[in-house]
Design a protein around this ligand. Structure first.
Ligand code: MGD
Ligand code: MGD
Ligand code: SF4
Ligand code: MO
Length: 750
């Protein structure tokens, strides 16, 4: 039996509803697969023609591909019978899955078989936001968009069109719009997510932690998680290595105002006052440097500016930090010593979503970078490894026309941004500065829930002359579109080659397991058809995705057929840590780790992180915190019935004692009212000791209102994004700090 997995015949979701019980039993199969995993398929198994291999247990097919339920990009394998996908498992040969998936990846079937899927192109017939559409042919929809794009190009120049995007499939549309002539590409996954972290690490080390983050958690001896809530943040390989780390008894220190899943595994949980992390980090530096516990030879060999940093952190004693953070000074001192004792196999996790408190965010991330640097963890086993990566040849197309710089920033604004700011492009759509943005192409991002300050998003939308939304389901943003384009899901399409940068680097392939649902079409096809209609055929010389991929593989000296069969091809092995022979180099100007940043100083920013005290909640208010839940990926899973049944994450966490003082019992329905008077939908209280009394916590991605999301709309819970009516922008790189909103709790009659 291939992979030791039994696939029941005819048990797909297409003909019978997949119950929770059956779904969970499939999960157990996933675990079995992990132990039975072999590296490559034996030749006798590889007998399918086009792609995939025959599963002798069922005469069905096994097709290897890449997950897209989040952005970690694990390798998957689908068990397919005819046109039906029966189950998804982790690919045993892909280094990001090691034969296992997170619950969301296993539940990806619920996305493909979502009864609310978009299956026809739609043209708006009511006002924007009315969600009134008529179904049209692809020819009509694409003709309409091409006509508008042509008109906008003539009227304002091609830079008037912006792409908002998330996910691997966006690459086809980036190509199309670069050929068209714009550079306005705004992804909320930068200025609303990893931006501050990437900027801080890039400035310090000359490269950022990347995605997937290059953390050698599996080999580290001490791990500090600051906010980063692994286990709820379910990035597969990271969680696998985290489990190994915990099983080995690694020293885990978790800093979180909430007793997270990770905190429950920790030796020390530091329930920090929200927004004061920089004070803790500076005090750790104070102890580690002051007591001479840093990695002296590493610091001498690889860093610049150490003395200035040592001087700057002298005043940040544990006693000082104790008053700011609410943590005990002796515990701050002890944890600093434990962190140092494990170095260089000691990791201060850089986190991922780092747009928390605005002006503090880059500095907090910089303090994390500096700590890792003085521990010598960058480049060492158990620290940050340096993957060799895999270079792939481009498919030759003409050079793109030179585009105007993006409209996201005015002169002098956010000088260290590494990518365009989504909220900046939104602003240019409202006030026309530095030039008007009149057309939005929205791919795989639900801007209504992912961009803070929703009123601004709605204002910008009303100013547009074209709004195209390409999605799988009629999410909130689609309700405002002029044209909605139904994409085939990640289980039904090809996407571009996916380089994998990991301990074992390589390349992976996304390929269809089943045919597209209804009249939905893959992104590569949609982008190409638009290109042809816009006179950009020179940029789309391929007939279809498969011929494109074959050619790219040929140019990269890779065997496409093997890639299609295995789903992943390894790159030649190279050392990724100093212990194995890696030569450490840095992409900074000085070619060293820049602990002190002259570049920041020249631009008027703090060259060494400085602590700024956050505003306290006004009386009667709580700081609004939000985060992830293991079985949800915000907008990607909110309508996924399989995952929705797995667990309840639709409640607001409130400290039990505070709840009692307010006369609120566990399970009681309340509304949250923010400082600007914005009210949430009713939401149940989870009264718990697991959170501090000065904040509340909720999972992002609930409280949907779109008519077409028949499942998500009926689920409980409220939408955190609606309450984020204020942000504090990081002046260094334009990240929108979002944990600066406060809510009061209003009881709702039962
Ligand atoms: N299951 C699942 N996993 C995911 C995702 C998903 O949607 N679902 N999304 C992925 C994405 S895109 C991202 S960016 C990551 C985000 O995940 P992470 O980068 O791990 O976490 P954050 O969202 O930054 O932080 C959430 C945690 O920070 C705590 N916190 C809040 N305020 C503070 C504070 O002031 N100080 C400290 N120390 N802690 C605080 C919260 O209680 C919560 O535990 O998750 C990724 N993984
Ligand atoms: N208030 C608040 N705001 C946040 C966050 C938060 O926690 N709270 N998190 C921030 C973070 S960390 C991030 S990364 C961003 C993420 O926010 P977004 O960039 O908006 O990402 P998603 O929520 O994944 O986008 C989901 C949309 O993509 C669609 N989609 C899914 N798969 C496909 C596909 O294959 N093709 C197409 N065409 N569409 C697809 C889904 O149906 C859904 O409508 O939000 C940020 N904004
Ligand atoms: S972490 Fe989970 S959802 Fe994300 S790509 Fe991997 S299996 Fe898919
Ligand atoms: Mo994110």
């Amino acid at each position: 039996m291939a992979h030791g997995i039994m696939v029941a015949k005819g048990a797909g979701m297409g003909d019978s509803p997949l119950t929770r019980r059956r779904f969970l039993s499939l999960g157990a199969g996933t675990l079995a697969a992990a132990t039975a995993a072999r590296y490559f398929l034996a030749p006798h198994e590889a007998k399918a023609a086009a792609h995939g291999t025959i599963d002798p247990a069922t005469d069905g097919k096994i097709v290897r591909s890449i997950c897209e339920v989040c952005f970690w990009k694990c390798g998957i394998q689908g068990h397919v019978q005819g046109d039906k996908l029966l189950k998804l498992q982790g690919s045993p040969v892909h280094p990001l899955s090691n034969g296992k998936l997170c619950p969301r990846g296993a539940g990806g079937l619920g996305q493909a078989y979502d009864g609310d899927r978009l299956v026809k192109p739609l043209l708006r017939v009511g006002p924007r936001g009315s969600e009134e559409f008529k179904a049209v042919s692809w020819d009509e929809a694409l003709g309409f968009i091409a006509g508008k794009l042509d008109e906008l190009r003539k009227k304002y120049g091609p830079e008037t069109v912006a792409l908002f995007n998330h996910g691997a499939g966006a690459s086809w549309f980036k190509h199309l719009l670069q050929a068209y002539g714009t550079a306005n590409f705004g992804a909320p996954s930068f200025a609303q997510c990893r931006g501050p972290r990437d900027v801080a690490f890039d400035a310090t080390f000359g490269s950022d932690p990347g995605s997937p983050e290059v953390l050698d958690i599996g080999n580290s001896d001490c791990l500090v998680l600051i906010g980063s809530h692994l286990g709820e943040n379910m990035h597969n390989t990271q969680v696998q290595e985290f489990a190994e780390f915990v099983a080995r008894g690694g020293d885990l220190i978790v800093v979180d105002p909430r007793f997270s899943t990770a905190a429950s595994k920790a030796y020390t949980w530091l329930p920090i006052r929200p927004g004061t992390d920089t004070a803790l980090l500076l005090a750790w530096l104070n102890v580690i440097i002051g007591e001479g516990r840093y990695n002296r030879s590493y610091v001498e060999a690889y860093t610049t500016g150490f003395d200035k940093v040592a001087e700057a952190v002298k005043s940040y004693t544990p006693e000082w930090a104790s008053a700011e953070t609410g943590l005990d000074a002796e515990t701050i001192r002890n944890t600093a010593r434990r962190i140092a004792a494990a170095a260089p196999a000691s990791l201060i996790h850089p986190g991922r979503h780092s747009t928390w408190y605005g002006p503090d965010d880059v500095h907090r991330s910089r303090a994390i970078a500096i700590l890792n640097a003085v521990l010598g963890s960058w480049g060492h086993r158990g620290g940050f490894f340096r993957p060799a990566g895999m270079k792939l040849a481009k498919y030759p197309t003409p050079p793109y026309p030179k585009a105007k710089p993006p409209a996201d920033r005015l002169p002098g604004e956010a000088p260290f941004a590494l990518e365009p700011l989504a909220q900046g492009i939104r602003r240019a759509s409202i006030d026309g500065k530095p030039y008007p943005v009149k057309g939005w192409f929205v791919y795989g991002t639900n801007l209504i829930q992912s961009l803070p300050e929703r009123a601004e998003t709605l204002k910008a939308i009303q100013e547009l002359e074209l709004l195209v939304v390409c999605d799988l389901i009629p999410a909130e943003i689609a309700g405002y579109a002029d044209v909605v384009l139904p994409e085939a899901s990640y289980l039904e399409r090809y996407d571009d080659l996916q380089p994998v940068s990991w301990h074992q680097s390589g390349v992976a392939l996304r390929q269809p397991m089943i045919p597209p649902l209804g009249d939905s079409k893959p992104g590569w096809w949609i982008a190409r058809e638009l290109g042809l209609r816009l006179g950009l055929e020179a940029f789309f010389p391929w007939k279809d995705a498969e011929s494109y991929l074959r050619e790219r593989c040929k140019l990269s000296n890779l065997d496409y057929d093997t890639l299609a069969r295995e789903g992943f091809l390894p790159a030649p092995a190279k050392p990724t840590v100093v212990e194995d022979g890696l030569a450490l180099t840095f992409g900074t100007e000085s070619k060293k780790i820049e602990l002190y940043l002259d570049r920041f100083e020249k631009a008027g920013f703090d060259p060494v992180p400085v602590y700024r005290r956050p505003n306290a909640p006004p009386p009667g208010y709580f700081r609004l915190l939000y985060g992830r839940a293991a079985s949800q990926t915000f907008g990607r899973t909110s309508n996924n019935r399989l995952l929705g049944e797995l667990s309840r994450n639709d409640r607001v966490w409130l400290n039990a004692k505070v709840a009692a003082d307010l006369g609120i019992v566990d399970g009681q329905r309340v509304k949250l009212v923010n400082q600007d008077g914005v009210e949430s939908a009713p939401i149940e209280v989870k009264a718990t000791e697991r959170i501090r009394g000065d904040c509340v916590f909720m999972v992002h991605g609930y409280g949907h209102t779109a008519k077409g999301l028949t499942y998500a709309r009926k689920r409980g819970g409220a939408d955190d994004a609606g309450l984020v009516t204020r942000v504090v922008v990081d002046p260094v790189m334009g990240g929108t700090g979002m944990r600066v909103n406060f809510v009061a709790i209003k009881k709702v009659e039962r």
